[in-house]
Design a binder for this molecule. Sequence first.
Ligand code: SF4
Length: 375
Amino acid sequence: MVGGMSAAGLYVHFPFCRTKCPYCHFASGPGDGARIGLWRSGLEIELDGATPRRQAIDTLYVGGGTPSLMEPDMILELAARIRRLPGADLREFTLEVNPGRIDRLRLAAWKEAGVSRLSLGVQSFEDRLLRVLGRDHTASEALAFYDACRGAGFEDIGIDLMIGLPGEGRQRPAEILDNVRRLGPDHVSVYILEETAGLPIASALDADPPDEDAVAAAYEDIGRGLKELGYEHYEISNYARPGRRCLHNLKYWRSEPFIGVGPSACSRISGERWCNREDLEGWARALRAGEDPRAEVVRLDPVRLASEALIFGLRLREGVRTSDLRTRIGVDVRELFDQTIAELAAEGWLETEGDRLAIPEERWLLSNQVFSKFA
Ligand code: SF4
């Protein structure tokens, strides 16, 4: 199948947060009643046209922003609207959640809406680091929130964690692993804080930079520990219990189609990639006026298709299969990057086995060096 024919993932962007975290580069801001109303009305229009030609959709990811701030009626209405889309048959429905005050009505609404997977922004188990990150919850609140989600019957819960934080100590891997052992999440994402230029957290990092070797050691130690706890390291930053990989995110990495709705949301389908306007007002105004809410549309030529497919696909432990990519994007990546692939393989940066290409796990921390060759 050429891209566009296999089932797509649908991403819904909720662009509101209570406060702005100093490391955040997502399109998010404060949401009063008027702004949330604007978002709802724009989304209704955009969703109506989201599945042209009955494009099948089998995963839904509601992210942001802080979509867990959505009022119960809003998430119920959104879920019902999406399920009515021609082609929608969801096998996974993820909701991004920020730990905070436990609101049982809200948890019940998520269940009723059919949310199958929660992604909890825990970020750190240390209050000092949570303050540096500008998070509006403490570590113990996050633990209690996690327990409340389990208690409400959510069977698939992932937690997001960050390392490489200002003044980070060497004891963190043990503390992180202890907490993971105690919580038993189904999925763990471990991101290294990077690319902070121009963001408010940059000055905290400059003033108290983490030791680079310690961050690399933490990445390795956490990875080793999570594997001992039974997690599969299936992507550079992601670990899952068997059967709990995030199906929606796999679509990005595997060059499968995805559709994004809401301000700033991006889509890729049938060799085209586009992103919506980031400003809520401009995006909503365009939709209400029957105009195009997109800021940028890129027709991907074969080299660009191949380059993106490799840069995303090589993040996975499974790597890429050139025959699969030929089917999905209609391009032979080996033909286009034959020389580069051969050089990287000769230097040990790529494993090649039949038509499979993958970065050896011991090189994952330096994988940008591989990606830059395909960029
Ligand atoms: S909660 Fe998430 S989206 Fe909102 S400001 Fe913080 S990092 Fe950004």
